[in-house]
Structures are given as structure tokens and as C-alpha cells.
Design a protein around this ligand. Structure first.
Ligand code: NAP
Length: 244
């Protein structure tokens, strides 16, 4: 049985990924930064279904916390095979009004956070017979979006990080890929996915609906599976056809 760590697994997409990977037989580390009780509920759900999970609270942008927590989790779980860098935030605002602080905070969590987790997890992943990293980017990182300059930059950065690491780790059999979701119904998008905004958006999505966290989790589960062993450095889009 493999071991997986999912960052930002207390809610939304990360929660669905954690539950899905547990269904696939992984022992799952459920990371969160604030929502301890929501993370505990995810763990309870996994355990009720017969799976195994650990609570792994840390801020992905805090280097020493990342190192300590990942080291402890790897020791507890007996290794690490899959790292899913899902934790993310969006601080929206027109570029002219975005503060340096908000820009930096977004990059710290979304991009530097993923880098720090990859770094801290590397030793264990390289020891795994089938190491996998799956980073959650975004359609916004691929095509941009007005009012999301820092978010778009952080998510585009994740694609570069993915491809560089994919090349670096290929010889050791570790694959590194991105999943790039379109608009998915979670707390992050709740404000964007109502009323007129939602109907305007739906007109641009060929499949005619927004995505669910499970739609994204399916792609992560596939990339984490043995069937995906020849896929690396790729960006798998889960966006209903919004961007082709
Ligand atoms: P969400 O519902 O807002 O959940 C965000 C998750 O990230 C929570 O579990 C949160 O933990 C965690 N998190 C935030 N900052 C963290 C930090 N510093 N350290 C550790 N964990 C942290 O978001 P979501 O919609 O599920 O999005 C998940 C990922 O998918 C994000 O990277 C997002 O950018 C990406 N994405 C989402 C969409 C979409 O339409 N929803 C589209 C494309 C990409 P706490 O609960 O403890 O705060």
C-alpha cells in the first residue's frame, strides 16, 4: 500500500483528492493550515470507509514547519509515494491596486509552498518505487484572468516548476505533473459562481457546467496510479473544454 500527502486537504479539491486516494488504497496525510476540525472530519470519513489517514497540520509557506511535518509524517506512515501540492489561495484585485504584500503572500503559498513541499518530500519520493508529484495549477495560470495577476503568476510558475522537476527526477522514476482545473465549485470560487457571473461563465464552457472537486480528483488519482507511469512533465486540463 502506498502513502500520499495532500496539501490543503481540509476542503474543496484537496479533500476530494485525499478521499479518492484513500479509496485507491493510499495511506493519506491530510494537510490543513487553519481548518483543523474540517481536516479531522476528512480523516473520519476516510477511516469510516476502511482507509487510513493522518492529520498533518502546517503552513506550506513556512519552511521549517514544512520540513518538520513532512519528516514526521514520512516516519509515521513509513515512506511517501505521492505528493499532491494542492494548497492555494487567491487574493483578487486589479493589478494597479494589488499590494506588494498580497502579491508576495499569494506567491509564497501557491508557488513557494509547493516548492518547499517538493524539497522536503524529495528524499522519501526518490526512495519510492513509483514516486509521484501532482501539482494543482489552474486555467488562470495558462490563459490569465483580469483581476488575478498574482494568482495567475503563481499558477503559471507551478507549470515551470513541474517541468523542471520532471526532468530532474525522471532518471529516478519519479513523475511530476500538473492538473489544471477550470472553474470548480468550492469555497474559493463561491463568490464567482453565482447569478449572472455563473451564467456568463457557463456559456464559455463547452460541457455546460462547472466542475466538481471529484472531477479534479479523478485526474490526480489517475496520475498517481501505476497506469500513468509513462506520463511526466504534463499539464492535464480538467476544465469542461473552457481552454483547449
Ligand atoms: P479552497 O476550497 O479555498 O481550499 C483551500 C485549501 O488550501 C484548504 O484546505 C486550506 O486549508 C488550504 N490552504 C490554504 N493556505 C494554506 C497554507 N498556507 N498551508 C496549507 N494549506 C493551506 O480551494 P479549492 O478551490 O479547493 O482549491 C484547491 C486548489 O485548486 C488551489 O491551489 C486552487 O488554486 C486550485 N484551483 C481551484 C480552482 C477552483 O475553481 N476552485 C480552479 C483551479 C485551480 P484551511 O482549510 O486550513 O485554510
Amino acid at each position: 500500500m502506498g502513502v500520499a500527502l495532500v496539501t490543503g486537504a481540509s476542503r474543496g479539491i484537496g479533500r476530494a483528492v485525499a478521499i479518492g486516494l484513500a479509496q485507491d488504497g493510499f495511506v493519506v496525510g491530510v494537510n490543513y493550515v487553519h481548518s483543523e476540525s474540517a481536516a479531522a472530519a476528512v480523516i473520519a470519513e476516510i477511516k469510516a470507509a476502511g482507509g487510513q489517514a493522518f492529520s498533518v497540520g502546517f503552513d506550506v509557506s513556512d519552511e521549517s514547519a514544512v520540513e518538520t511535518a513532512i519528516k514526521t509524517f514520512v516516519a509515521q506512515a513509513g515512506g511517501l509515494d505521492v505528493l499532491c501540492n494542492n494548497a492555494g489561495i487567491a487574493i483578487d484585485g486589479l493589478a494597479m491596486r494589488v499590494s506588494r504584500q498580497d502579491w508576495q503572500h499569494t506567491l509564497d503559498v501557491n508557488l513557494t509552498g509547493a516548492f518547499l513541499c517538493c524539497k522536503a518530500a524529495s528524499r522519501a519520493l526518490l526512495k519510492s518505487p513509483a514516486g509521484r508529484i501532482v501539482n494543482i495549477s489552474s486555467v488562470v495560470g495558462e490563459q490569465g484572468n483580469a483581476g488575478q495577476v498574482s494568482y495567475a503568476a503563481s499558477k503559471a510558475g507551478l507549470i515551470g516548476l513541474t517541468r523542471a522537476l520532471a526532468r530532474e527526477y525522471a532518471a529516478r522514476g519519479v513523475t511530476v505533473n500538473c492538473v489544471s482545473p477550470g472553474y470548480i465549485e468550492t469555497e474559493m470560487t463561491a463568490a464567482h459562481l453565482t447569478g449572472e457571473k455563473k451564467s456568463e461563465l457557463l456559456k464559455r464552457i463547452p460541457l455546460g457546467r462547472v466542475g466538481t472537486p471529484e472531477d479534479v480528483a479523478s485526474a490526480v488519482r489517475f496520475l498517481a496510479s501505476p497506469e500513468a507511469s509513462y506520463i511526466t512533465g504534463q499539464v492535464v486540463r480538467v476544465n469542461g473544454g473552457l481552454l483547449m
